[in-house]
Ligand binder design. Structure first.
Ligand code: SF4
Length: 557
């Protein structure tokens, strides 16, 4: 069936309603107003509202916000608290040891604790007031290229109202083609449109592979007289238990307003043990005596998961192509040792906006013109900061004690360390077959208990993320070769998708008659974290956007 699609045109299109694109859109409008230039600017977001898919720690360095909106406090910026004191703890299975010194990267005093979801809602209102056309509930399904495949002309949004087999239902609404002179991609880590671009244009060529961590996070409401008040710091990071020191990752607890805390655990997807269950590790972290003491009497009010791009400087793709630029987590704009990406994402969007304006003024959207963005990045504090963490992720992926030697050398040589650049392995290649690694996922299993309030299981976590998907639509999770799942992955790796997915989307059932394993998918539970797209050992899973407006509906995480 030939589908007739509506076309709308803009000067600039931002794809993604996170901090990178919103800061970029605001900066673009500010600069255009200053110069008296009229621009038609649009921003699309796949979540039902701006902020509904945004999840982060989130301690924010306010440096980019100070530049973008200096009077942000007067404008009602939703700040939860200010970091008063930070601390780093090493957790053994039973004890917590406060490190005498916190590494300089984690000195957060004066930074803001925010709910990223609320913060971007606020940015969204400002962008809208400045004239940006904001379209929540619209997915970018396909990148539109020029006939010669070299220039990006915009994107096609997803169709709505298809049945499971991809046939139009009565309420079918075809996606529209949004044509733009410049498209700014800021979809966050592992963007699905970025993947499409990289299949046509060599944006990752000659770069180190992108690597990631997956974080699971909750907002917990504590009783009025809670134990967190006695800890004497409101910004806590931990390393050690439960994943130990060989695997990258750690926990965090930040103070929010009204006796609420933000609590999370990140694990580097370079982990090796196929039996590792990300959600179980998160629950074990909460059960650690130090953490359990802090959260005693609390109740989880929202939950979610997301991957973060942690490769850093050497993994940054080509920042511009003809007609497009890449910003934020999608372009690995992360200060990796500091565990912070909001300010760097914002700054990258703001610098891309300057290049956009120049392209509009000169009526030239070629890669050469848009590479002004890279030049501005290189000249600003942004790249200086990111450059210092250039070898952090590869060092973190090493085992102890080599890891400490590499990290120590980097700490005292501004990131150079003993090898620069240090090679890094793609996350999907690091997992080892069952039996070849220590099967540690059942250690401390007695601690994996749930009470439905403070310790909730995976499915309750999905419920608390308010995730919704219409069931009768094509699966947005593409399994390229189901035979690999059953005949290769199951015997060799025991189906790690059933453990790395924090939403319980993948299940293996044993057929009662044949005793053969069957892979069952529950795409409706998907938290859009993208872990499966990254970590599947056969690269056999592709995450695509479901219908617009679906997925999590975060409001405070
Ligand atoms: Fe994350 Fe994939 Fe599971 Fe969705 S299906 S929650 S993207 S791992």
């Amino acid at each position: 069936m030939e589908i007739k699609r509506e076309q709308i045109e803009f000067d600039v299109l931002f794809v993604g309603g996170g901090p990178a694109c919103l800061a970029g859109a605001i900066q673009l409008m500010q600069k255009a107003h200053e110069k008296g230039i009229e621009l038609e600017v649009a921003l699309i977001e796949k979540g039902a509202e701006i902020g509904s898919h945004c999840l982060s720690g989130a301690v924010m360095n306010p440096v980019a916000l100070d530049e973008l909106i200096p009077d942000h406090k007067n404008k009602g910026c939703p700040i939860e608290t200010m970091v008063k004191k930070d601390a780093l703890y090493y957790l053994s299975p039973d004890y917590a040891y406060r490190l005498p010194r916190t590494p300089r990267y984690l000195h957060n005093t004066g930074f803001y604790v925010i709910s990223l979801s609320r913060f971007v809602q606020w940015l969204g209102h400002i962008a809208e007031e400045m004239g940006v056309n904001i379209f929540p509930g619209f997915t970018g399904k396909e990148v539109l290229f020029s006939e010669d495949g070299k220039t990006i002309n915009g994107i096609r949004t997803g169709d709505q109202g298809l049945d499971k087999n991809g046939n139009p239902k009565q309420n079918f609404e075809p996606g529209i083609d949004i044509i733009s002179k410049v498209t700014v991609f800021g979809e966050g880590a592992r963007g699905s449109l970025m993947k499409q671009v990289s299949e046509k244009l060599p944006i990752f060529s000659g770069k180190m592979p992108q690597v990631f961590e997956t974080g699971i996070k909750e907002v917990i409401e504590l009783p009025e007289n809670n134990n967190f008040k006695s800890v004497n710091c409101n910004d806590i990071h931990t390393l050690g238990y439960p994943i130990g020191l060989d695997t990258p990752g750690g926990g965090f607890i930040y103070e929010m307003k009204d006796n609420r805390i933000s609590l999370g655990y990140l694990i580097g997807l370079s982990y090796k043990n196929t039996m590792l269950d990300l959600y179980d590790e998160f629950i074990k972290f909460k059960h650690h005596p130090f953490v359990a003491h802090i959260i005693r009497g609390g109740k989880v009010i929202e939950s979610g998961a997301r991957t973060v791009s942690t490769g850093g400087y050497y993994t940054i793709p080509e920042l511009a192509v003809d007609g497009a630029m890449f910003v934020g987590g999608a372009a690995a704009m992360q200060d990796v040792p500091a565990l912070k990406g909001i300010h760097s994402s914002m700054k990258s969007g703001m610098l891309a906006a300057e290049a956009c304006l120049y392209a509009m003024e000169t009526h030239n959207v070629s890669k050469k013109t848009l590479m002004l963005y890279k030049k501005l990045c290189d000249e600003s504090w942004l790249m200086k900061e990111i450059y210092e963490g250039r070898n952090f992720a590869p060092a973190l992926a090493k085992k102890m004690p080599i890891k400490m030697i590499y990290l120590g050398a980097q700490y005292f040589s501004k990131g150079k360390g003993v090898r620069d650049p240090m090679p890094i392995t793609e996350d999907y290649k690091t997992i080892t077959p069952v039996g070849k690694t220590e099967e540690n996922s059942d250690k401390h299993s007695s601690q994996k208990t749930y009470d439905g309030e403070l310790f909730v299981d995976k499915l309750t976590g999905v419920y608390l993320s308010k995730t919704m998907h219409r069931e009768d639509q094509p699966s947005h999770l593409i399994i390229h070769d189901p035979d690999i799942c059953i005949n290769v992955c199951y015997p060799k790796y025991k189906s790690p998708c059933t453990r790395f997915c924090p939403g319980g989307v993948y299940e293996i059932e044993i057929d009662k008659q044949t005793s053969n394993p069957i892979l069952k998918l529950n795409p409706a539970n998907c938290l859009h974290c993208k872990t499966c797209d990254i970590k599947d050992p056969f690269n056999n899973i592709t995450w695509t956007c479901p219908e617009g407006g679906e997925g999590p509906n975060y409001t405070v995480v």
